[in-house]
Design a protein around this ligand. Structure first.
Ligand code: PLP
Length: 383
């Protein structure tokens, strides 16, 4: 596979700057260079170094070991998996939850369970790569609608019904788009799907813990969402993922999904970390709302400083820069100012829309916003 030299990516290893409460739980690796404030990762609730997650993972590590050493249906199931599944199902108000080693894998399993070569799948044109790979693997017919545009989706559904009245329909979208920071109107979307007899798969990877009532995502309380997909690698501060659905579909996944059956079970310490995160989210139902409020203060301040308002409402703030090299220069400049950010460039985003993906986290110090605005203004390349 060849990549144009200007588009080649490199690994960037860095050390996160930590708050005192985190330092108590973790020893920083001094060999990794200066500590940077994290404005790049998906650790929205600052949980990945939270003492409760570390303690839970550590305890599980000692009692269950590092890995599960078997698939769920053979010898890999542990009580922590069952508990995480049942507590998540209860929190989300769904009958069944099944764990997967990663969100990528969960998404493959979800699409394969809901679509086959007879299905027409309508996807938001900006959905995650894993969902597209799932559609490809299912053999279904792929159709794209404009980003978060329900009229575009309706036209597509009407057209598909007219052309192939018997075809099963599946709609796939996300509740918080990771490069745009935007969200669809989930209830209107579900109504549309119901009207056209389409199933609905909602990827809540970036929304869980942050958006919706008590951080339970935008699909919470919307029973017309056929299946939810979530990952523990973002606001949960751990790793692994899950699918949530009704009992019948859950049983179908358990019996038939290769992505569930033929893989080593989620590492028990990660499951324990996710369970500890869930407990913290349940006990702090305002964390998400507070973070969203703070992100909008950041948006206003960036506008005041002369930037285009980053789209969306939540903690992902895409700062549109445009040209790839300008975006990279700005990223490097911010890094020298102690801030780690990510320059997102094509093909991840459309040509000419390179952006700095700024991510707000619960425990970022208050002064971060002014440090950022100052660094952005110093690093701005005219034109
Ligand atoms: C929208 C979305 N879905 C799924 C995934 C995959 O999740 P995981 O990192 O757990 O494989 C990601 C992560 O990149 C994502 O952004």
């Amino acid at each position: 596979m060849s990549t144009h030299p200007a588009r080649r990516r490199q690994l960037r290893t860095w050390s996160p700057a930590m708050k005192q409460e985190h330092l108590q739980a973790v020893t920083a690796d001094s060999a990794m260079g200066p500590e940077l404030l994290d404005l790049a990762s998906n650790d929205y609730l600052s949980l990945c170094r939270h003492p409760s997650l570390i303690a839970a993972a550590e305890a599980q590590l000692r009692c269950s070991g590092v890995g599960a050493a078997g698939s769920r249906l053979v010898s890999g199931s542990r009580p922590v998996h069952d508990r995480l599944e049942s507590e998540l199902a209860q929190w989300l108000g769904r009958e069944r939850v099944l764990l997967f080693p990663s969100g990528f894998q969960a998404n493959l399993a979800a699409v394969k369970a809901l679509a086959n070569r007879h299905t027409t799948v309508a996807v938001d044109r900006l959905i995650h790569h894993s969902l597209l790979v799932g559609v490809q693997a299912s053999g279904a017919r792929l159709r794209r609608f404009a980003h978060n545009d329900l009229e575009s989706l309706e036209r597509l559904l009407l057209h598909s019904r007219r052309e192939r009245p018997e075809t099963p329909l599946l709609v796939i979208t996300e509740s918080l788009f990771s490069m745009e920071g935007t969200s669809p109107q989930v209830h209107r979307l579900a109504t549309l799907c119901e009207r056209h007899g389409a199933s609905l798969l909602l990827d809540e990877a970036h929304a869980l813990g942050v958006l919706g009532e008590g951080g339970r995502g935008l699909g919470f309380g919307e029973s017309r969402v056929t299946m939810l997909s979530g990952t523990f690698g973002k606001a949960f501060g751990s790793g692994g993922a899950f699918l949530a659905c009704d009992g019948e579909l859950g049983e179908h996944l358990l019996q038939n999904s290769g992505a569930f059956r033929y893989t080593t079970a989620l590492a028990p310490p990660l499951a324990a970390g996710a369970l500890a995160a869930l407990e913290l989210m349940r006990n702090n139902p305002d964390w998400g709302r507070t973070l969203v409020k703070r992100s909008n203060i950041w948006r206003e301040r960036l506008v005041e400083a002369g930037w285009v308002r980053p789209t969306g409402e939540g903690p992902i703030l895409p700062l549109l820069v445009g040209e790839d090299q300008r975006c990279l220069n700005l990223q490097h400049h911010l890094e020298k100012s102690g801030l780690i950010t990510a320059a997102i460039r094509p093909p991840t985003v459309p040509e000419g829309s390179a952006r700095l993906r700024l991510v707000l986290h619960r425990l970022l110090p208050d002064e971060t916003l002014e440090t950022l605005v100052r660094a952005l203004s110093d690093g701005r390349v005219p034109g």
